[in-house]
Design a protein. Structure first.
Length: 254
């Protein structure tokens, strides 16, 4: 993916990593469209950041995805990058059956079916572009599990394998598949994350990501240094130690 000259749609980007990445990409000369559920938030972002496009979308709702995709392609026919940013992260306790099922189902709906439906909605268009990119968003927890978030971990592992598989299927097309793999970052994804001293500050994370995009335009995964501890535990042969370290102080880790 080139660092500039793109038209980019990022659903799920009205806060946190999504918004910070959107603004950083806009600053590099890209046309950027953010998507979110709340109209008032989108209106505020458009007023605060001239030139930033906005589209209402609920990625847990198939009808909303279809409507938003039509609007985006009508307003931005040069679209060539889709970033499937939207996601939720919630704790679950499977030892208490009455408490986990609804959370698990909502996580799969948003984190797995959401990206699948988004990619499906834009695939035909992206394949028609001479140079296009699908950027999926996973997590270090796709590779090392956090005890408190079983379905979140599984959802990100699913998107990792989806990314790997789509890359194979699209190898002879104009569409590249890039996987963004965040570590714990100081955002409001879960309660306490924004104040987590063990998480990477958001500005530092985005600066490192932008540097990697600029220096590695053909990268298959965007991995900042902090995430490699989780990403490569199994390959290094210290997976059990990495799992233990991640879960030693559970509230302070993502």
């Amino acid at each position: 993916m080139d660092i500039s000259g793109n038209t980019i749609f990022i659903p799920g980007s009205t806060s946190g990593i999504g918004l910070a990445l959107a603004l950083a990409l806009q600053a590099e000369g890209n046309t950027v469209v953010v998507g979110g559920r709340r109209a008032e938030v989108l209106e505020r972002l458009a007023a605060e950041h001239p030139g930033l496009g906005t589209v209402r979308i609920d990625t847990a709702d198939p009808a909303s995805i279809a409507t938003a995709a039509k609007e985006v392609l009508e307003r931005y026919p040069d679209l060539n990058v889709l970033v499937t940013m939207a996601g939720i992260m919630r704790a679950e306790d499977w030892r208490r059956p009455e408490g986990f099922l609804a959370t698990a189902e909502a996580t799969v709906e948003t984190n797995v079916l959401g990206p699948i439906r988004l990619i499906g909605a834009f695939m035909e268009h992206l394949r028609s572009r001479p140079d296009a990119t699908i950027m999926t968003v996973t997590s270090g927890l796709a590779f090392t599990p956090l005890r408190a978030t079983p379905t979140y971990n599984a959802s990100k592992a699913a998107i990792h394998m989806l990314s790997e598989s789509l890359r194979l299927q699209l190898a002879d097309t104009s569409v590249k598949v890039v996987e963004l793999v965040p570590p714990a970052v100081q955002t409001d994804l879960m309660p306490g994350h924004a104040e987590n001293p063990n998480a990477l500050p958001l500005d530092d994370y985005i600066a490192e990501v932008m540097g990697l995009i600029a220096s590695q335009p053909d990268a298959k995964e965007i991995q900042v240094e902090r995430v490699k501890f989780l990403r490569y535990g199994e390959a290094r042969g210290d997976y059990d130690q990495v799992v233990a370290a991640l879960n030693a102080n559970e509230p302070a880790n993502r």
